[in-house]
Design a protein around this ligand. Sequence first.
Ligand SMILES: [Fe+2]
Ligand SMILES: [Fe+2]
Length: 270
Amino acid sequence: MSEEFVSRSLEELRFWSRIMKEHSLFLKLGFRCEDKQLISEADHFYALFESIENRANAFTIGTDPNVIRKFNEEVYQAVSFIWAFKRKVLGLIVTCQLPGANNFPLLVDHVSREANYFRNRLSELNLGRLEPLPDAIIDENVFFLRIMADHAKFISHLLDPSERKLVEQANHFSQEFDQLLFQARDLESMRPQSQTVPLLDQFLDQNRVSVKSLRDFKKTARDLIEACRIKSIIHPLLADHVFREAEHFLFIIDMFENSLTGKPVQMDVH
Ligand SMILES: [Fe+2]
Ligand SMILES: [Fe+2]
């Protein structure tokens, strides 16, 4: 049980601390040159989450669970601070106090939702209070489908408008994931009656198909951006970041599928 606690904690800590570190960089890149205070706050969070990431990577499965518990609490505080910073930035943007800055309000809201998600995971882990499986399946999918729908919108808006084919593909994914999100919310409002094994299994299967194709699209976009073969204002690291988040969602879907049906998790080789 305590080994499970350590391994789940390390998994979440390693994945999300890198994500938080990269958010700091993306926010910084979107500020104006004169926003020196905001830039230095972003630099501070970058260094903070880089050190958290390094420490999380140095722990092992054999680390004392009490050490991990303390570390989770410490990271919880850091994540609360970056969440507050992101919400502050969102406030400044939507009240037009940063004219000409380059972070979309939805992107700033999005990265704050990811911080909030990470914070909840840490507190759930430390309290040892996990949601019942049928609730977790619906809640996690509602969360991640919206994240995926947002990613498609960001890609569409950050590609050069002259990349007409790719913009069209990104818009198509945006619509597809909006629709999947509505379906997930329908299932959510029909619970507990909707929480049958066949319905949840079908829900996971359907979402997996779309997430795989979005994941492949992001991978292609990332490779094209890295090779400088397409016109966009997407940072190569942002392209890789959204690709990794899709991979993470797929991993969660497979984990749920496994718990629901007892089938072994099939990891995709790519
Ligand atoms: Fe992110
Ligand atoms: Fe994201």
